[in-house]
Design a protein around this ligand. Structure first.
Ligand SMILES: *[C@@H]1O[C@H](CO)[C@@H](O)[C@H](O)[C@H]1NC(C)=O
Length: 434
């Protein structure tokens, strides 16, 4: 009890203590935008599954982001180069220039870094596999009757292309079933799991267009960012002038070497105050917002295309010809687009590149974390043959924002999704002359 109350005290006064130590803070900030370990922030479908009297689940549809993976080639190179900063930190501390705590520096210097992190870009980590496996396992426990002894025509599992997607779906299926189940191969032509990848207009005008990333770059010149950068530089007390690239690399070391499964935070996170971590988080929120969220009108359309699969899948289940479970593994981009199509987490004003709004709805630490998932459960209820409803869950918690308490009547569900059937990818064709 005494420990608990001292932890609470630490949490509340942490921001006013000047020499704050990371190693003994009771409440490290755990929102690492699109690299947040799933287990740090997830709910638990076994506790949160909504049980409605007179109803029983008949079908589940879900889209899941792949689990934690190693950084891509480019980011990995920067992270590897930044490791040397650990030596600068040590000498700055010895010279008395650093405000970091002795224990934090010691922990950082002893922190093992798995070489695979840099040498095997994009590879799913063990943590990532366990994230996916955990989702499958908990889902099975939450819906035991529905998911036991699945016959081959009762399920569909498919990943988007990429070895880390394939590994994630393997984990998920292992969690669902102790006997092996068939997994569909990824589609390399058009697929609803990443429709934007086959859209020349999106690739040209958004994905590879520097304008898309301009708001995030601009924020890195805002006074808020510069104050944070300056604060980091001063706390570390190193002569080496840190660039935004170096700071991103240090941030990546913090988030990629933290674990939600064992609930351990990387000592690399000690280089940042909570306020700094919030600034880093916003840099990523802006990228997501303008690349795959409300910042580009195409996001909504791609999300609609994918959601027609949910509609059709439940219409079939309702007619008695459907599957018990459909699960797809895809990218953070796709997750963002689903939310955009459903008009969820939409702020009144576009995200600003000069000032972060602390209570914004668009948060990559919620929408685009590792293993982020959107699930829908179709329930058949006993008040007549057409009595169905659909419950939505985000990261294993009821998605309150979509319908009252996360439960949509069948009519609300159809009214929301049916217009999406008119969406197609004709807009993707770029004029031959351009
Ligand atoms: C810091 O970033 C610059 C590029 O902005 C890079 O050339 C340099 O190697 C980085 N230094 C460290 C220690 O990571």
């Amino acid at each position: 009890m005494k420990l608990l109350s001292s932890l609470i005290t630490l949490c509340t006064i942490q921001s006013v203590i000047s020499s704050y130590c990371f190693w003994n803070t009771g409440c490290p900030y755990k929102y690492f935008s699109n690299k947040t370990p799933y287990n740090s922030v997830r709910g638990d479908i076994r506790d949160s599954a909504i049980k409605l009297t007179g109803c029983e689940p008949v079908s589940i549809w879900s889209l899941i982001r792949h689990g934690q993976r190693n950084p891509g080639t480019e980011f990995g190179i920067h992270m590897k180069a930044a490791l040397v900063i650990s030596d600068y930190l040590k000498s700055a501390y010895e010279k008395g220039d650093s405000s970091l705590c002795a224990q934090d520096i010691e922990n950082l210097r002893n922190w093992p870094i798995n070489k695979d992190l840099f040498d095997k870009p994009f590879q799913l980590t063990k943590e990532g596999f366990l994230e996916s496996e955990g989702i499958g396992r908990r889902l099975k426990q939450a819906f035991p009757k529905l998911l036991e002894n699945l016959e081959s025509n009762e399920y569909l599992f498919r990943p988007a292309p990429g070895p880390w997607m394939a590994e994630s779906v393997n984990g998920f299926v292992q969690g669902i079933s102790s006997k092996p189940l068939t997994i569909e191969s990824p589609r390399t032509d058009f697929d609803i799991l990443s429709p934007y990848d086959n859209c020349p207009k999106y690739l040209k005008e958004v994905k590879t267009n520097p304008e898309t990333y301009a708001p995030s770059m601009k924020y890195q010149t805002s006074s808020e960012y510069l104050v944070s950068k300056d604060r980091i530089q001063r706390r570390l007390g190193i002569d080496y002038p840190l660039t935004p690239t170096n700071i991103t690399a240090l941030y990546d070391l913090c988030r990629y070497t933290s674990s939600g499964i064992t609930n351990t935070f990387s000592p690399w996170c000690a280089l940042f105050t909570t306020e700094d971590l919030k600034v880093m988080e916003y840099v990523a929120d802006l990228r997501h917002y303008y690349k795959s969220g409300y910042g580009t009108p195409m996001s909504e359309l791609f999300g609609q295309i994918t959601l027609t699969d949910l509609l059709k899948s439940f219409q079939e289940a309702k007619s008695g010809k459907g599957r018990k479970i459909t699960a797809y593994i895809s990218h953070a981009t796709m997750m963002d687009m689903l939310h955009t199509a459903l008009k969820l987490f939409k702020d009144d004003a576009p995200l600003s590149s000069s000032k972060r709004k602390p209570d914004r709805k668009w948060r990559s630490s919620k929408l685009a974390i590792f293993s982020a998932n959107l699930m829908a459960v179709l329930n058949k209820c006993n008040k007549g043959p057409d009595d169905y409803n659909v419950v939505f869950y985000l990261n294993e918690e009821p998605l309150q924002a979509i319908c009252k308490e996360g439960v949509c009547t069948w009519k609300e569900f159809e009214d929301k999704l049916t217009p999406f059937l008119n969406t197609n990818t004709e807009f993707c064709n770029v004029e031959p002359s351009s």
